[in-house]
Design a protein around this ligand. Sequence first.
Ligand code: PRP
Ligand code: URA
Length: 211
Amino acid sequence: MASRVLVEVAHPLVRHKVTLLRDAATTTRDFRQLSSEIAGMLAYEATRDLELETVEVETPLERTAGWHVSGKKVGVVPILRAGVGMLEGVLAMIPVARVGFLGMYRNEETLQPVVYYSKLPGELAEREILLLDPMLATGGSAVDAVRICKESGARSVRLLSIIVAPEGVAALHDAHPEVDIYCACVDRQLNDIGYILPGLGDAGDRLFGTR
Ligand code: PRP
Ligand code: URA
């Protein structure tokens, strides 16, 4: 039951792209592109154990054995706003996944998450839910997002985050130890206003060019 799994995807391409993503000089357009590409690679790792069934396929030359993904269906749930930047990359890997949205932002003073929107896919209990949020800072948003998914029937949730702080990992695993976390980098710490160091700044603002 208490698995507390944290997978840091240390692939050279992921490391390269995360470094570009952190760079304050990276443009909004490139930030969007990089977020999507990194998310695709996190999804690749997070779906390693998807079940397969054998099928037959007719190539132009002969019939041969192949595989289809079977078993659990996938639901992808980006947390607004910044999680939206990861959606396209994940759907490029899993085009048949159903998509839901959770809208939440952090109150900048209390750092507590405020939920303002929820629209989740049907048949949640039968789905592997991939929650998308590029930043796991205090963990408040992710803890609430998982709680909402579970209250709506989800039985299996994984979190895909580009950068995580140790504080956020501990908070999420204390609240929901069965939620596996897939990230591109575990950073050093939070600063005194809840930003990840070294981090990449405000992911939503950098993604959408706001502020
Ligand atoms: C950011 C980020 C996470 C949250 C992480 O969202 O995308 O959702 O902060 O912080 P936490 O782990 O301390 O909860 P933000 O509140 O900035 O909203 P936005 O994506 O709409 O900009
Ligand atoms: N949200 C962000 O966008 N960046 C952080 O460093 C922490 C929370």
